[in-house]
Unconditional design. Sequence first.
Lengths: 127, 386
Amino acid sequence: MKKIIVKGKAKGVILKSKNPINFLGSVDKKSGVIHNEKYDIFNKSIKDSVFVFPHGVGSSVGAYTIFSLKSNNTAPVAMICQKADLTVASGCALANIPMIIVSNDEFDSIEDGKEIQIDTESENILN
Amino acid sequence: MELTKEEQAALNGEMGESLKTAYRILVATGEATNAEKLVPIQWAHLSGVNYNTIGDSGEEFLSMLSKDAKVKVKTTLNPMGFDIDNVSKYNLDQNFIEKQQSIRDSYIRMGVEPTFSCTPYEIYDLPEKNTQVSFAESNAAIYANSLGNLKTNKESAFSALASALTGKSPYSDLRKENTESSTTIRMMLENPNEMDFGLLGFFAGKVADTSVSISGVAKPDKRSCKSLCAGMGTSGTCAKFDFVGEEDNDSEKVDFGKEEMNNIFDELNTTESGDVITLGSPQLGLDELSDLSSMLKGRAFTKNCMIFCPRAIQNQARKLGYTNEIEKAGGEILSDCCTCLTPLINKDETDAVTTNSVKAAYYLKNSTGVDVNLKSLSKIVEEDTK
């Protein structure tokens, strides 16, 4: 079961994290590189990726971080989460980054490093 | 989510770009919270004020938005980067000051009250029970739901802004009548201080979903409650807690004992001593300044101590004389800003900070990039004053 939070179309390579993400203070806005060493994707860049993570946590200002990433061309092309939270949902809405929620089983089956296509208007949202 | 004709027209852009943007945000957050409709709110509290956190793109966005956007309800806002009264003492670059002033001006143009506080509940009387509000700033949202008898989502900077501009918010589960929490945390520690409550909050945020019950504590004092709210808001998505008697529901039970506390402490505490002390995150209220004033009687800090409180509270504290002892002890009182992400604390000039705030510890470590020495207020007074 998939739920569309922000509509759109995108294609990219999956970057998957097992950690809930606090966007404020965890990512370098200029490069898109994750600099929170507690995260399993420490030192990896979320730029142009299809960013897959359980859900956002923490600061409400993380929404601005997502918007800044988009303005700096360092944002993911789409985000896929297990659970919706307002920070990621509203950040993606303002930044026009497609965002969908998937079931736990679907989340588990998404493989890091694979290319994936998202089209919220299509019958198969993920391809 | 169902929209009224008027809401749909605004989403389609028939009422201008600002409202179109606001409704686009509300639709996304409505889907995210499984809301079936939008409901009116009475008060919005915004985050996204400090230039350090929102940067150039945030500053430009607000500048554009404020050309025609106006808030429809009472709207307050979070701290910015500095206190204009003493910023000249700090080595802050002119660009930061100008960009911060631009952000401030944009908010004022939109009709926002320039409170610059993360503790709106310290400044204003809260509206009547079950009033719908939209608070970003996680500690304030959790406080409103759990202790203030208000109803809010744990709003994001943009969802609260969208609520301010439209006077509406998605009718999520958190806005409805009380629902049972699926998790109960059993507080096993005896005589916890405010820092222990912050650690409990940080732990609760990690294990709980949207709301959590906490057993094993009598209602703590306000300082500890604020610390609990702030810790919880930092680590998770949990937006509400309630104190319950032991075993009074069928929820999943999770213990918070010495071991759990030490694990969180070790995650956040990175050094044994700080160069600077900070008190406030959340900003202190009048009672806390009064307590501090008594605790500091005849004592002096052995290192710099920055004390953050809202402007309105500082003014009251000056009238009541609470600031005398604090300033005599060498404490510096700052308003309009707070420990978390103020550029007044930076790694070029500071290696480590001592604080009793779990929330501050997280952001000092992860955003500011300095070491953190976490200890309770009584221990700070005992060890860092003479």
